[in-house]
Each structure stands twice: as C-alpha cells, then as structure tokens.
Design a protein around this ligand. Structure first.
Ligand SMILES: Nc1c(NC[C@H](O)[C@H](O)[C@H](O)CO)[nH]c(=O)[nH]c1=O
Ligand SMILES: CC(=O)[C@@H](O)COP(=O)(O)O
Length: 194
C-alpha cells in the first residue's frame, strides 16, 4: 500500500478533505491518498491567497502510487485547488537572504523586491532578514514561519561550486534546511539560489 501526502498552502482545509481516501484496485492492492493540512489561517490578516476550486466530471482519474509505480484510480470527482498571487492585498512576506556571496544574493534580493512591487505588495509588508550564509537560512526561516506573521517566506542564497565537495555540503544543507523549515512551520518557503 502506498500513501501520498500533499501539503496545503494558505488554505485551511475542510475536515472532509482530511480523511485518507482508500482506493481498492482491481488486482486486490489498495492505495491511500492523504491530504495533510499544514497551514492555519494567517493570524494577523484574514485575507489569504485565493484558491479556485472546481470539480470536473464524475469519473475522473487521479494518479496514485501502487508499490513501485504509479497508476490511476477512479474517483468521484477531481478537486482542483489553484493558488494565485495576483491579489496581494493584506499579505505579508519575509525574505531570508544570505550575506555570503553577497554580490549575487543582493541582486537576487533586488529582483525579488522588484517582483513584490510589481505585484503591488507594499514595502511595509515585507521584512528582509540577513543571515551569515546559506547554512543559516533554514533555521531563521523556520522561526519566521512559526511566528505566524507571514503568508510566505522567500529564501535567497548563493553557493558557488569550487574544486572540492564543499559546495555539495553547503547546498544540500541549505536546501534541506529550507524544506524542513516549511514542513515544521507549515508555511510556504520559496527557495532561490544557485
Ligand atoms: N560556502 C558558502 C557558504 N558558507 C558559509 C555557511 O553558509 C555558514 O554561514 C558558515 O559555515 C557558518 O555557519 N555560504 C553560502 O551561502 N554560500 C557558500 O558558497
Ligand atoms: C562552496 C564554496 O564556498 C566554494 O566556493 C568552495 O570552493 P572550493 O570547493 O574550491 O573550496
């Protein structure tokens, strides 16, 4: 039996979404799809990113895993959830940015701030937190996520490959730190870097 969990961003899930759905297949094996709630509503602002919701048909298929390969199971209907960042009013963002390789990260930060402005996010709704290096991004992002003040957290770091395996150590730690931060805090972490 295979189980899959998907995380929900921003959208408080209805209870009915939470129950594992068991799919019995023709050959006797079964699969479970679990929708795992990760996010609570943002405490400071009631607005959240908008989601569209639709059901299509009564005989739609969704991909589920069965042992070592994916297959399809019949469901009553597929529910489509789609995030949108076109309505940003009332949303708050944090950016965690590494000082290491600042020549790169500063430019990435400028680009990010420009993009926020293009989407009409107000400067006062963005907090930028500098950390020493990519290694520290995850720990700080997790604390910011757990503070519940932000709807999303953007992480920026730059790791440059050299002659040794140093790059792999730093880049892998940074990436898994950001992943853990998202999983542990229940908020979306967007990772930018290279
Ligand atoms: N080599 C890179 C680092 N190294 C620094 C670490 O991230 C960390 O700050 C230090 O080990 C203290 O804990 N950081 C980067 O962002 N990029 C690198 O290429
Ligand atoms: C990850 C780094 O900082 C990298 O530039 C180190 O280079 P090297 O592997 O040549 O020591």
């Amino acid at each position: 039996m295979a189980s899959f969990a998907t995380t929900e961003c921003f959208l408080p899930l209805q209870q009915s979404f939470l129950a594992p759905t068991h799919h019995r297949q023709g050959n006797g094996t079964s699969s479970t799809v679990v929708l795992l709630p990760r996010a609570a509503p943002a405490p400071h602002h009631s607005k959240s990113l908008s989601f569209s919701f639709s059901s299509q048909g009564t005989n739609s298929c969704i991909a589920v895993g069965r042992k070592d390969r994916s297959s399809f199971a019949q469901t009553a209907a597929v529910r489509y959830l789609m995030g949108s960042v076109t309505r940003t009013q009332g949303l708050r963002f944090a950016v965690v940015v590494a000082r290491f390789n600042e020549i790169v990260t500063k430019q990435l930060l400028e680009g990010a701030l420009g993009t926020f402005r293009n989407y009409s996010v107000k400067d006062e709704d963005i907090d930028v937190v500098w950390v020493p290096g990519s290694f520290e991004i995850g720990a700080v992002a997790e604390r910011l996520g757990k503070s519940g003040k932000y709807h999303a957290i953007l992480c920026i770091g730059a790791v440059i490959r050299g002659d040794t395996s140093h790059y792999d150590a730093v880049a892998n730690s940074a990436a898994s730190g950001v992943l853990s931060a998202g999983l542990n805090s229940g908020w979306s972490m967007f990772c930018v870097g290279g």
